[in-house]
Write a protein that binds this ligand. Structure first.
Ligand code: KG4
Ligand code: ZN
Length: 335
């Protein structure tokens, strides 16, 4: 089955074709992402109305481009998957409306996918991917969750953030230190020239049992350190490094606990923060020390993309799941 995937939940228009007959990483015949970063940069965050309008402008050209790259015509598509939520409702409606209309015109099934399930399944696109059971760490701009994956579609929430998501903490901290939007990757880059240990921030909620997270206090600690410092370029880098180490250590401690709780050796990591180099190195080392393994999608499939939606939708469509022709857009939705 050749499934067209469409992602438009926030500020990235993503399109992909996943071919289940080929499978594995090669099954991803083509994928393209158009990022709206430049459009929102001057506002310091995503402006929902501008996001929707830009999805309208970019989606059809991106579908044409992706099909051409895959060497396919519109008529070769056997199914369409789209992000049905959670996300910005106007942005979701653009993807859902286009997906449903295409499916209707081509007389093929369409299916709405949960954005976080898309993220969760992205590591499985890669060759040598693990099969469940495993523990998944979902770390994006809107979510920080530890999930026990007993089987595809069978998810148990083990822990989640009580306030800011890890990506949100990166973004807010970066903004506070005057870094341009989007802050997460900028802060990570700055941290590369920082010295570890010069600024030591707490590892929130690791001093007590449990698998929940809290990152909002960390932001305040950084603000106080930043305000009380000389604010030189090196100090900024040292603070960035201190912050990144605190987030990475906290995530690693909780992941180890979650693996213990689930009696599992394999951890998969997904979502935008999964692109963070230090997090990838730390979790790889932690899992290997325990005799297990940590699996990540390539960085381009950590952040929002159409490939994860094509893949998640393909698994469901191949399993014979169908939906009626309703255009689904669900802004708030538990996985
Ligand atoms: O999954 P994603 O693309 O969108 C959501 O569904 O939220 O994640 C975006 C988040 C942003 O908060 C961004 O700052 C963060 O992922 N992010 C990073 C890095 N790359 C993206 N955070 C830390 N280090 C990175 N290298
Ligand atoms: Zn996402």
């Amino acid at each position: 089955m050749k499934v067209l995937g469409i992602e438009s939940s926030c500020d990235e228009t993503g399109v992909a074709v996943y071919d289940t007959h080929i499978g594995g990483a090669a099954g991803l015949r083509a994928h393209a992402v158009y990022s709206q970063i430049a459009l929102h940069a001057e506002y310091g965050g995503v402006v929902p109305e501008l996001a929707s309008r830009d999805h309208v402008r970019k989606l059809l050209p991106l579908i044409r481009q992706t099909l051409a790259e895959a060497g396919l015509g519109m008529g070769d598509i056997d199914g369409v998957a789209y992000t049905a939520g959670p996300g910005l409702v106007g942005a979701l409606l653009v993807g859902a409306g286009v997906a449903r209309s295409l499916a209707w015109a081509l007389d093929v099934p369409a299916i709405g996918v949960h954005h976080m399930e898309g993220h969760l399944l992205a590591p499985l696109i890669e060759d040598d991917a693990p099969q469940p059971p495993f523990v998944a760490l979902l770390v994006s701009g809107g979510h920080t969750q530890l999930v026990a994956v007993d089987a595809i579609g069978q998810y148990r929430l083990l822990g989640e953030t009580l306030d800011d998501a890890a990506g949100e903490a990166f973004d807010k901290t970066a903004k506070m230190m005057g870094l341009p939007y989007p802050g997460g990757p900028q802060l990570a880059k700055l941290a590369e020239s920082g010295t570890p240990g010069v600024f030591k921030f707490s590892r929130p909620m690791t001093d007590r049992p449990g698998l929940d997270f809290s990152f909002s206090g960390l932001k305040t600690q950084v603000l106080l350190a930043w305000k009380g410092s000389d604010q030189s370029a090196q100090t900024r880098a040292d603070i960035a490094r201190g912050f990144e180490d605190a987030v990475v250590d906290t995530l690693a401690i909780k992941c180890a606990r979650a693996l213990d709780a689930a009696g599992c050796g394999t951890l998969i990591v997904a979502g935008g923060v999964g692109a963070n180099k230090r997090l990838r190195a730390k979790l790889t080392e932690m899992c290997e020390r325990r005799g297990g393994r940590a699996c990540f999608p390539r960085p381009a499939l950590c952040t929002d993309n159409g490939a994860m939606i094509a893949y998640a939708g393909a698994l469901r469509l191949v399993a014979g799941q169908h939906e009626d022709a309703t255009i689904r857009a669900v802004p708030r939705w538990d996985m």
